[in-house]
Design a protein around this ligand. Sequence first.
Ligand SMILES: [Zn+2]
Length: 310
Amino acid sequence: MHTDLVAALDIGGTKIAGALVGGDGSLRVRAQRPTPAREGAEAVMGAVDEVLGELMASPLWSAARSVGIGSAGPVDAAAGTVSPVNVPGWRAFPLVERVHKTADGLPVALVGDGVAMTAAEHWLGAARGHDNALCLVVSTGVGGGLVLDGTPRPGPSGNAGHIGHISVDLDGELCPCGARGCVEGIASGPNIARRALENGWRPGPDGDVTAAAVAVAARAGDPVAIASYERAARALAAGIAATATLADLDIAVVGGGVAGAGDVLFDPLRRSLREYATLSYLRRLTVAPAVMGTDAGLVGAAAAAIALRR
Ligand SMILES: [Zn+2]
């Protein structure tokens, strides 16, 4: 029986997850550590080594043929380095070389977390069977990835599809990236909550001021909460429409914590998309919620490693 496995790593600002993944995308062995994001480069790498060490202690490790890494970005896939915004100790950190060394010299593939999520949704999730797709992660930030002509396309640096920093408001607010009116500055969870608060929404007795709390208020009919989600939906729709118009897409898959708002986000998103994606060849464009959940990063990292072996 064919039992080749891939060791997958999902590296984020709060946790480092690892798994041995089967050729069918099943997660066989898992390991996880918190990311010591405020500590130095070696402390963070120490946590990665602990996760890998736990996977390597499994009797299944002998079947591992490669390692796939999905990391918070930006990443530089060509150089094998990562500089995650939320992990200040890592700037141009040579993650591929270090993991290669720890993992018995196995080949290592690196992609950004948005690209990993996209690979997972295309392999086994909501974009399965779609040859031209944009997948978005809408949470603290807004990331994404592209599938073109049936294949996830990370681009030479591993960041293609990073829709969060497309400008949809020419004279909009300055973004930390240096541009103005970026999708992320309007549609991310913290920005949905900030806009609601600025316009008079107040949290309930629990004091929860997250986008999830704004979604609860929107569902209960609060007009300020509804308006904040509608503006986020318009920004996402404009970004998706621009991408779909350029790349001739079939589907946009939206995941991440903000997608958990359900119809509060998806109803205005579908409505706005009809306003912005107007050309005849975009009539087939649909929007769907992501289905791979929190394992998308691991499954997508495994998909990237399998693609490397081909
Ligand atoms: Zn930006």
